[in-house]
Structure formats: structure tokens, C-alpha cells
Design a protein. Structure first.
Length: 118
């Protein structure tokens, strides 16, 4: 059983930066994609961006493009979400997820809260 554990959330001021980590533990984890999602209170879960595991290519929602960067450390089995130029509307619980079959995200972390103050 693979577990994904997010960390790095917290409080930041508008214009500031945070880096989230998503560490995979348990069995060897080689997904097709790793993704980051977020959910703000009263809103649906939103796709933030993803990483094609084999190709290393990354994809971003328009709302974060140019501000957020996804990277990984294979040795640490960890994926990162570097967030810069943060805005109050980035406030949400952030989740990482893995897609083991196709592009269906079926393994999820517990989430980490990000709060951006104006």
C-alpha cells in the first residue's frame, strides 16, 4: 500500500512563497502522473498541475501558470509544488495525488492547508 504525505503548508503573505512536499512511502511507487489539486471552502476541487512521471513534463492550470512549479526528487520519492507570487485566492487545502492506471488519480494524500493573507 502506497501512502502520500503532504507537508509544507502554512500561512504566507500575498506575494510570498511556499513549497509543498509530497512524499510517497510504502511500496515502490511509479505512477503515470503525479498531480496537485486544491480545494477552497465552498468550492469544488481544482486541478493545479501535474507531472508526467516517465517524461518529466509538467502541466499547469492557467490560474497558476508562471507562478507555481512542480518538480521531483527521485531519490527521496518526493514531488514538490513551489508556489510563488501567492495570492489570497490561492488559499485552499492542497492535495497531491498519483495516477497509477492511465490518468485516473487513485492515490491521494491527506492534504495540507495553505492560507495567503492580503
Amino acid at each position: 500500500q502506497v501512502q502520500l504525505v503532504e507537508s509544507g503548508g502554512g500561512l504566507a503573505q500575498a506575494g510570498g512563497s511556499l513549497r509543498l512536499s509530497c512524499a510517497a512511502s510504502g511500496r515502490t511507487f511509479s505512477p503515470n502522473f503525479m498531480g496537485w489539486f486544491r480545494q477552497a471552502p465552498g468550492r469544488n476541487r481544482e486541478y493545479v498541475g501535474g507531472l508526467n512521471w516517465s517524461r518529466g513534463s509538467t502541466y499547469y492550470a492557467d490560474s497558476v501558470k508562471g507562478r507555481f512549479t512542480i518538480s521531483r526528487d527521485n531519490a527521496k520519492n518526493t514531488v514538490y509544488l513551489q508556489m510563488t507570487s501567492l495570492k489570497p485566492e490561492d488559499t485552499a487545502v492542497y492535495y497531491c495525488a498519483g495516477a497509477r492506471i492511465g490518468a485516473t488519480y487513485d492515490t491521494w494524500g491527506q492534504g495540507t492547508q495553505v492560507t495567503v493573507s492580503s
